[in-house]
Design a binder for this molecule. Structure first.
Ligand code: SF4
Length: 149
């Protein structure tokens, strides 16, 4: 069974650093980003790109059925991220390919434009996570969950 992700959630899942709107959102996104995708079998997981609510939206307080309370902004993010990552709804590809596209095509300062409007952006944690992963890319180190505390 593929993991359904909106286009902009590919970057969210790569850079996820434990932030979120609620405890339930953090628990669900951590399970996906660190467990399913960041775990040993993560690279081979099949991703199905979708234009509606996905596995990350599932526990989000902003979800409205298959949509989002900020649909206009979210649809804009999906369009921009889809253009950069060459992703369209209905595409199926491995998580390894998704992550490779992010690390090959996006640098931390791009997030100011690509993620404009996201309330999680100002903390800088996504940019910092991406910077860490880019610096370790050539060493072949897998993404690690942030340390507690
Ligand atoms: S804000 Fe909208 S797009 Fe983002 S996780 Fe929540 S429901 Fe999904």
């Amino acid at each position: 069974m593929p993991i359904r992700l909106r286009r902009h959630h590919v970057l969210c899942a790569v850079t996820y650093d434990g932030q979120g709107y609620t405890d339930a959102f953090v628990a669900n996104t951590s399970r996906i980003a660190y467990g399913e995708l960041g775990g040993p079998a993560g690279d081979g997981k099949e991703i199905l790109i979708t234009s509606s609510a996905d596995v990350i939206c599932a526990s989000c307080p902003h979800r409205r059925g298959l949509g989002c309370s900020t649909n206009d902004m979210i649809d804009g993010l999906d369009l921009m991220h889809g253009a950069v990552l060459d992703l369209d709804p209905g595409d199926r590809l491995s998580w390894e390919e998704c992550r490779t596209r992010v690390l090959d095509r996006i640098v931390p300062q791009d997030l100011n434009t690509l993620c404009a409007g996201c309330s999680l952006l100002p903390s800088g944690s996504c940019q910092a996570s991406l910077a860490r992963q880019l610096s370790s890319k050539n060493k072949g180190r897998p993404k690690a969950a942030p340390e507690a505390g």
